[in-house]
Design a protein around this ligand. Structure first.
Ligand SMILES: [Zn+2]
Length: 347
């Protein structure tokens, strides 16, 4: 058992803003290594190089944390796809890979637990024990492989989130607990999101906040309320999609023909890197301590977020220099002018 970083999570947060980066499952699905639908990260065992590469891209883009890809690597999900026998190996390898890449850039390593789909608010005691057993085995392996803290995320229920926090506490691990916010105002078990965050902070979470479901436009107003409700540092990891007050969560976005965009048609609602940079600045102004990105996240967004927060990252070596573009730049070349015809004549 080891703690990978020489700084604790609390020290790192106290030092200043932490940049997070997630969206592994969506990005690896796009790259052909995860199946949409079950979204189980089989890539951990089937193509570890692909996972290592994405970690490395996020690290180069400025992420301060390498999050072990154990999202949906819990017993319930593995059983669903008939790979329950791979559970331990999958969890251990995900944490090992996060550690390997974190060491290349001094990043923190986070273990990861999430909504299990096993929790039943109508039967919280019995279903809660099924949840607890899944978190215990995942975090036991994570601790043995080495993590600095745990991100418990995409929580739909305060009841389930509290169980996750308790298991983190059993292992002596600091926990960052964040809620998905699919419903306009409350968790699936009826807590206003600000109250949900306060309940977790009161129970001892190191950081609380929101992840997934909402784009910046609909997450920022909620964050303001969470900020006012708690004294602990807060986290924000939105999705990079154009959610609106009428449709606050990306799961419900619809396209021009009325078709559901989630999860495979979301490109038409994607935000630009500049909009994610704006989000990072606004979140920092609100006092958000951990600023990252969830489903839909990709390295160019992370670099834009890090740079908006005043960082220069390894990938900043290749940040845009459009003034050098042959057509868009200050001094278009003759060839470009000719090739682009009338379009460029006005530049
Ligand atoms: Zn997400």
């Amino acid at each position: 058992m080891s703690r990978p970083s020489n700084q604790t999570f609390a020290e790192r947060i106290a030092d200043g803003l932490v940049v997070g980066a997630e969206g592994y499952v969506f990005e690896l699905e796009r790259r052909g290594y995860v199946q949409a639908g079950p979204y189980v990260p089989e890539v951990i065992l089937d193509a570890p190089e692909a996972l290592r590469q994405l970690h490395r891209e996020f690290l180069r883009a400025g992420a301060d944390v390498m999050v072990a890809l154990t999202y949906y690597s819990h017993r319930q999900k593995l059983r669903d796809i008939g790979r329950e026998d791979d559970l331990e190996q999958m969890n251990r390898q995900a944490v090992r890979i996060a550690n390997e890449v974190a060491a290349e850039g001094g990043a923190l390593v986070a273990g990861n637990i999430c909504n299990t789909w096993s929790f039943d608010p109508a039967d919280p005691v019995r279903s809660g024990e099924i949840v607890r057993a899944q978190y215990r085995e995942q975090l036991r392996w994570a601790v043995e492989e080495g993590v600095d803290f745990v991100i418990s995320e995409t929580n739909d229920f305060v009841g389930e989130a509290l169980i996750g926090l308790e298991v983190c506490q059993e292992f002596g691990l600091p926990a960052m607990v964040t809620f998905a916010s699919v419903h306009p105002w409350h968790t699936y078990d009826g807590y206003d999101y600000a109250d949900a965050c306060r309940a977790l902070a009161d129970a001892g979470a190191a950081v609380v906040g929101l992840n997934c479901s909402r784009g910046p436009a609909t997450m920022l107003p909620l964050l303001e309320r969470v900020r006012a409700a708690v004294d602990v540092p807060i986290a924000a990891q939105p999705v990079p999609y154009r959610t609106t007050p009428a449709i606050p969560a990306f799961e419900s976005l619809v396209g021009p023909d009325g078709e559901r965009l989630f999860p495979l048609r979301l490109e038409s609602a994607a935000l630009t890197r500049f909009e994610m940079a704006d989000f990072a600045r606004e979140a920092a102004d609100l006092g958000v301590a951990y600023i990252g990105i969830c489903c839909g996240g990709a390295p160019h967004y992370v670099r834009a977020i890090a740079e908006a927060l005043g960082r220069r990252t390894p990938a900043s070596r290749y940040s845009p220099a459009l003034e050098l573009h042959p057509v868009l730049g200050d001094a278009p070349s003759e060839t470009a002018t000719r090739d682009m015809g009338g379009w460029v004549a006005t530049s």
